[in-house]
Design a protein around this ligand. Sequence first.
Ligand SMILES: Nc1nc2c(ncn2[C@@H]2O[C@H](COP(=O)(O)OP(=O)(O)O[C@H]3O[C@H](CO)[C@@H](O)[C@H](O)[C@@H]3O)[C@@H](O)[C@H]2O)c(=O)[nH]1
Length: 267
Amino acid sequence: MTGSTNTPQESAGGYPGVGRVLVVIPTYNESDNIRVIVDRVRRAAPAVDVLIADDNSPDGTGAIADELAAADPQIHVLHRPGKQGLGAAYIAGFGWARERGYDAVVEMDADGSHAPEELPRLLDAGRDADVVIGSRWVRGGKVINWPVRRLVLSRGASLYTRMAMGYPVRDATAGYRVYRMPVLDKLELDQVASQGYCFQIDLGWRAYRHGFRIVEVPITFAERERGASKMSSTIVREALVRVTVWGAQARLGSVKRALGGGQKRPG
Ligand SMILES: Nc1nc2c(ncn2[C@@H]2O[C@H](COP(=O)(O)OP(=O)(O)O[C@H]3O[C@H](CO)[C@@H](O)[C@H](O)[C@@H]3O)[C@@H](O)[C@H]2O)c(=O)[nH]1
């Protein structure tokens, strides 16, 4: 794994009330999207830095990312050896941010589904929260142009997660988030095994069980216009199995607490 050597400079003051912020954008075959998304982030929130975590995309996304980083000291690249899943790319990005003293990280898809123009609103919410989730499924949240099967899958996954685990977040798989660094320091990231979109549920659930303040801010999520989603049946299966197991563990924990008297949140 290699990283670019840019030193954060203009971002030194950071985002008011939040501090130095790094937007981590995981990429796999996003050559048609990466320039546009990075440019939009830089315009929408000039104080934040960007890290592109690329899994050696065969379409040359990594080379484009290098070009962007060479032209702007606030853009960085983490080259990873091959496709290892969204979760692993984010964890590597979080480690990169921690080593360089960032105060918060943002998760954002590369394909434009998460509008960078909404980032200041998420960061503002981050002044009074530990975790901010850009949510499609709270009042004011919207989805544009998603096929019905994705809508059903996403809403169904969040609903199942709430029911099975007692996890109150409405958009459990949301991928547009802000984590304050002290939260990530507590989440035992070295034990996170979720690879696909289940990673989002995993981290949120960990933060919830630690008692961190999680807020959901409505966003408008738009279906990508270029490139392809990496959604697969493996990703769906992983989420289904893990949520079912976590739910069972949470119920078992509740029973044990009822019998023995414990203090932690479910799980
Ligand atoms: N580095 C790396 N990046 C990946 C990998 N798989 C996916 N990505 C990147 O992760 C982002 C999301 O992947 P998509 O394939 O575009 O996801 P989606 O189906 O459109 O979106 C849904 O799942 C996302 C994952 O949490 C959610 O973020 C999003 O809100 C939505 O629900 C994109 O930037 C994509 O390039 C991987 O193995 N490695």
